[in-house]
Ligand binder design. Structure first.
Ligand code: MTE
Ligand code: MO
Length: 337
């Protein structure tokens, strides 16, 4: 069992957070910051949250987020015995082609993304369609911290402490009709703020589209995230709202979502449209089915350098078999990659 569903008795932050990335609340409040005027603290919801992870750059949280954050169910799901990737790596080694194809481009360019105000459209096969301001959209949900592995199809991986809520809770709110079989997610399309969408060499037909089967979306591990490392999402990580499905390759986890549609047919996803023989709809992490250009048997766990590549074996469903394998018993995973 690699996921620890915590009982109060066995939930220790040190289980998932290596010493170097963890400052105890007591040492922070009693030590370095004691006597510092509250107004000079970074804009955290509270000093408590600032102490969860070290070296986290403070952002400008929207007020709805700051108000919700203290009620977060911390470490609702964790990864045992694996270090959390430093914030710096998780925010400076990104794929977000709307801001360029280089790994550093999103960190450099995503400042132009305007995340407030933000609205989300819910449409298609639902009893309650609508367009919601993000703060209203988020109103029904309690935030949970979910510490998940993220495995990119390019064979690198990280461990990221997301903050979000299960998609199953959203589906309960919007009430899919009996015709709804899939859920489709659409990223913002705004060439003015997204330089990658202005590029004339682009092979991508914007906006970026992803999708899940409805039963996959209902799985308790599938979340919509609004934060990470105890703060709101940085723009380069898909602010203000993104999908996180940890048993699938990273490209399924679509960023900066503006539209969520319940549909009866399997949506055509961005990467399928680019190269259907390389990127399938399911995209479950699978060490036994190689990508044409790279093996999926192993991965580089970031931070990874020339002299310490930090290579590890890739696990079936990225280590989440116990939770998700039952979704695929009727599927040939070689054909449905
Ligand atoms: N809209 C959009 N979403 C996207 C991408 C993208 O280019 N555009 N890249 C995907 C890929 S390939 C990966 S690996 C993850 C990376 O998420 P991270 O940068 O937060 O680690 O985002 C995914 N979501
Ligand atoms: Mo990826």
């Amino acid at each position: 069992m690699l996921i620890k569903l915590p009982k109060a008795s066995d939930c220790h932050e040190s289980d998932v957070t290596p010493e170097s990335f963890y400052l105890s609340r007591r040492s922070l409040l009693g030590g370095a910051l004691a006597g510092v005027a509250a107004s000079s603290l970074p804009r955290w919801a509270s000093a408590d949250e600032a102490s969860r992870y070290a070296d986290v750059e403070a952002g400008r949280a929207p007020s709805w987020f700051a108000e919700k954050l203290p009620g977060t169910k911390w470490q609702a799901v964790t990864v045992k015995d694996e270090a959390i990737t430093p914030f710096k790596d998780a925010t400076h080694y990104n794929n977000f082609y709307e801001f360029g194809t280089g790994k550093g481009d999103p960190a450099t360019n995503a400042g132009s993304l305007k995340t407030e105000p933000w609205s989300v459209v819910i449409d298609g096969e639902v009893a309650k369609p609508g367009r919601y301001a993000l703060e209203d959209f988020m109103n029904p949900y309690q935030l949970e911290e979910r510490i998940y592995r993220l495995r990119c199809v390019e064979a690198w991986s990280m461990v990221i402490p997301w903050i979000g809520f299960p998609i199953s809770a959203l589906l309960k709110q919007v009430e899919p009709t009996s015709k709804a079989k899939y859920i489709r997610f659409e990223t913002l399309q705004d060439p003015k703020s997204m330089p990658g969408q202005r590029s004339s060499f682009g092979l991508i037909d914007w906006p970026y589209i992803e999708g899940l089967r409805l039963d996959e979306a209902m799985n308790p591990l599938a979340i919509l995230a609004v934060g990470m490392y105890g703060r709101e999402l940085p723009n380069q990580n898909g602010a203000p709202l993104r999908l996180v499905v940890p048993w699938k390759y990273g490209f399924k986890s679509v960023k900066s979502i503006v539209r969520i549609s319940l549909v009866s047919e399997q949506p055509k996803t961005t990467w399928q449209s680019i190269a259907a023989d390389e990127y399938g709809f399911y995209a479950n992490v699978n060490p036994t089915v190689d990508h044409p250009r790279w093996t999926q048997a192993r991965e580089r766990r970031l931070p990874s350098g020339l002299f310490s590549p930090n290579v590890r074996e890739t696990q079936m469903f990225n280590g989440y078999s116990d939770e998700v394998a039952s979704l695929y018993t009727d599927l040939d995973l070689r054909k449905n990659y």
